[in-house]
Write a protein of this length. Structure first.
Lengths: 223, 223
DNA sequence: ACCTGAACACCGTTCAAGT
DNA sequence: ACCTGAACACCGTTCAAGT
C-alpha cells in the first residue's frame, strides 16, 4: 500500500501525507485549532518540521486535507438509497454532527470555497436535488442555497465552540453568558434579541438547523 | 466630542479607538486581511505598537470592531418602512454588496457568532420576521435560518475573494480556473459538479444569493 | 527520495519607562 | 491618562546539508 515513487516498501513508521493528516486531526480534535503548529506536529510525529513540508504544501493545505478526511468519512457513512428529501436531511444532519464533534472542520469548511471538501458536499447535494426533480435552470440556485446554509451553520457552530474553548466554558455556561449579554442590550434598540435572550440557553441547535433545511426544501418545492 | 476621561480636549490627531478602527478598515480594504498587522497599523497611525493596546483589547477585538463599523453603516443605509418581505430582501442585498466591497467583513462575520455585528443583523431580521406575522414558536427558527444563510454566503464569498487575491486573479480568471478544475473531476464520481462547471464562470452570485433568500422566505410562508 | 534542524522573517502581546 | 519601543514568546516556511 505505502510505496515510494520507485516502488520500494517504506518503513512501517515512515512519514506520509496520510500519517501527517491523521496526526493533525488528533491534535485538532484534542486541543483545538490553536494547538495545530508545526512544532506540535513534528513532536508527535517524531520528526523535524522540514520533513513535513516534503509531504504537504502548507498549513492551509494540511488543514483542508484534514477537513476533507472528515468530510469524506462523514459522507461515506451515509445511507445510500433514501428518498431524495430524506437523503438531503440525512446528509445535512450527518454534517451537523460531524462539525459538532470536530468544530475546526466547521471553521475550515467555511473558508474552503470551491475546494475538495466543499465540492464533495456540493456533489452529494446536487445529486439529490436532481433526484428531487428540480428543473435544470433552478438546480444551481437550489444546491448553492442548501450548501451555503450548511456551511453558514458550520461556521457559526465552530465560532461558538472556539469562543467557549477559549474561555474554558461548556456549552451551557457559554450560552448562559451570551443570553445574559443579550438580555442587557437596550430594549429600545434590540427588542427582538432581547426577547429571545431567555430562550437561548434551552434552544436545540440541531433542531433549528434541520428546521432551516426544511424551510429551504419547502421553498424549493413551492417555487 | 473626543475627550479624555477627565474631560480635557485631546489633540486633534491623538489616538482613539475610532481612529484605530478607521485605519484598520483602510488597510483591510486596500490590502486584505493578511496586511492588517500591528506594524502596518502603528506605521499608518505614526505611533508605537503598544499605544494601540491602550485603546483595543486584541487583534480580534479590532477586527470585530472594524466589521461592526461596516455592518452598522450598511444597516443604517437601509430604507426604513418597506413591506417586511421586501425589507428582508433589501437587508440581505445590502449585506451582500457590503461584503462584496469588503471581503474581510465576510470572513470576520462568519466567525463572530453572537457578537455585536451579528446581533445587529439578527435584530433587523428578527424585527422583519415578526412584522411578517410569523408566530412566536417558529420565529427563532426562521430568523436563524436567514441569518445562517446570510453568514454562510458571506464566508464563501470572502473565501473566494481571498483565494483570488492570493493568486493575483480577478473574479473572471478565478472562476475560470475553478471551472476548469471542476470539469476535470471524474465524471463517474462527480456528475453534478462536472455538469455545472461550464456554467460556473457566467453565473450571477448576487442573483443566486437572492434566490436562496426567496427559497427560505417561501419555505417560512409555506410552513 | 526523503529527512534533519538551524535559520529566517515574521507575528501579537507585554511592560518598564517616559510624559 | 496615555504613549513609547524594546523585549518576549511565539509562528510558518525555507534550505543547505545529510542519508
Amino acid at each position: 500500500m505505502i510505496k515510494t515513487a520507485h516502488g520500494k516498501q517504506r518503513r512501517e513508521d515512515s512519514l506520509s501525507r496520510e500519517r501527517i493528516v491523521e496526526a493533525a486531526i488528533a491534535i485538532l480534535d484534542s486541543s483545538g485549532e490553536g494547538a495545530l503548529t508545526f512544532k506540535a506536529l513534528s513532536q508527535r510525529l517524531e520528526t523535524g518540521a522540514g520533513a513535513i513540508y516534503w509531504h504537504i504544501d502548507s498549513k492551509d493545505d494540511l488543514l483542508i486535507a484534514a477537513c476533507d478526511a472528515i468530510v469524506a468519512r462523514t459522507l461515506g457513512g451515509l445511507p445510500e438509497n433514501a428518498v431524495p428529501d430524506a437523503a438531503i436531511r440525512a446528509l445535512a444532519l450527518h454534517m451537523f454532527d460531524a462539525i459538532d464533534a470536530h468544530p475546526w472542520v466547521g471553521a475550515t469548511l467555511a473558508r474552503a470555497a470551491g475546494q475538495l471538501p466543499t465540492v464533495r458536499i456540493l456533489e452529494r447535494v446536487g445529486q439529490q436535488v436532481r433526484a428531487l426533480g428540480v428543473p435544470d435552470d433552478v438546480q444551481w440556485a437550489a444546491v448553492s442555497a442548501l450548501l451555503s446554509y450548511i456551511l453558514g451553520v458550520s461556521g457559526q457552530n465552530a465560532a461558538n465552540a472556539q469562543l467557549a474553548r477559549e474561555r474554558n466554558l461548556d456549552r451551557a455556561d457559554f450560552l448562559g453568558e451570551m443570553s445574559s449579554v443579550w438580555s442587557k442590550l437596550d430594549p429600545a434598540g434590540y427588542p427582538f434579541t432581547n426577547s429571545m435572550a431567555a430562550r437561548l440557553p434551552a434552544h436545540d441547535d440541531r433542531a433549528d438547523f434541520l428546521a432551516g433545511i426544511d424551510f429551504i426544501l419547502n421553498g424549493i418545492a413551492r417555487r
